[in-house]
Design a protein around this ligand. Structure first.
Ligand SMILES: [Zn+2]
Length: 311
């Protein structure tokens, strides 16, 4: 190799290294949001995941490698402090140099109010409000249902938000980020049509979910659940709440109750005891799916397939 060619080849290697070093370190809270960020970063880099698949984000102990991912992060994307209150201080302490985006707070995000009751008659709180409910309401006045990734409309909005933040931190790859986001939006648009087609034959059927996590999916697809065994924060339900659900299942002949892989199915079995309903597993986090850009569409697709099968 001539001296000149060698020099050029060395320079090329160096430039390539510098460009690679400039790909930002990105940390993301949960697998479905990680999937959206991975879609935007396709061909550029791979984000790190904080809450491991199979764990509940509502309660979580950070491992050293996850703390390190936050420390190293140039950008952090997370869903909402209502989903992971424990992560609020952790991000502030560990991700000191990062640009942090709380997606539920982003412009254009659809935010739904928390539901308090076990049964979703919806919007008639006045009827069975007692003093206790009033207090609970005051506490939650600013709280939103944090499971907002289960709205594909939000996912489409967030793809653009993610592309915008990544491009600001890493302008060299802005073209790729925005092209990926646009392609991702088209994919989700097609997915919405597919899910509507899957749900069409079972529209109007009633089902009970394990914890109140599916309001965004129910709203996007106009496919309401009848109730939830546990509250939106997945805390243990009171015996009165369980009894209320059991009465509803018996009275309305509800055939389908959905458990979740993140939680002990014992509670669902208790609820099902003495009823004719069957149990299926609904997974709002895609914990058995491979991490990456394909996880999000598969997670939403699976919700519709499990629902249609259970009903
Ligand atoms: Zn939840």
């Amino acid at each position: 190799m001539s001296r000149k060619l060698l020099t050029i080849s060395l320079i090329t290697t160096l430039v390539a290294k510098v460009a690679f070093a400039e790909v930002p370190h990105v940390a993301v809270d949960i697998a479905p949001v990680h999937s959206l960020v991975a879609r935007v970063m396709d061909g550029v880099g791979t984000p790190d995941l904080i809450v491991q698949p199979g764990a509940s984000p509502h309660e979580y102990s950070l491992r050293p490698s996850e703390a390190k991912a936050l420390q190293d992060a140039d950008l952090v994307f997370w869903t909402s402090s209502d989903l992971t209150p424990w992560l609020t201080d952790t991000i502030e302490i560990l991700a000191t140099d990062a640009s942090v985006t709380e997606l539920l707070e982003a412009d254009g995000s659809i935010e739904l109010e928390l539901r308090e009751s076990a049964l979703f008659e919806a919007h008639n709180h006045g009827e069975h409000d007692d003093d206790h409910d009033d207090e609970a309401h005051k506490d939650h006045e600013d709280a939103h249902d944090p499971h907002a990734w289960l709205s594909p409309k939000n996912a489409m909005t967030w793809l653009n938000v993610i592309a915008g933040q990544l491009s600001a931190a890493n302008p060299e790859n802005a073209g790729t980020y925005f092209a990926n986001a646009a392609a991702g939006r088209s994919e989700i648009e097609a997915l919405i049509g597919e899910v509507n087609a899957t749900l069409e034959p079972v529209r109007g059927e009633q089902f009970i979910v394990f914890h109140d996590a599916y309001q965004y999916f129910e709203t996007d697809f106009d496919f309401p659940a009848s109730g939830a065994i546990s509250l939106s924060d997945a805390s243990d339900p009171s015996p009165a709440r369980i009894a209320e659900i059991q009465v509803r299942i018996a009275e309305e002949g509800i055939r389908c109750v959905l458990a979740e892989p993140q939680f002990n199915p014992g509670l669902v079995e208790t609820v099902l005891d003495g009823t004719k309903a069957q149990m299926s597993i609904l997974d709002p986090l895609g914990s058995d799916l491979e991490l990456g850009s394909a996880l999000y569409p598969q997670l939403i697709r699976n919700l519709s397939i499990v629902l249609a099968g259970c009903l």
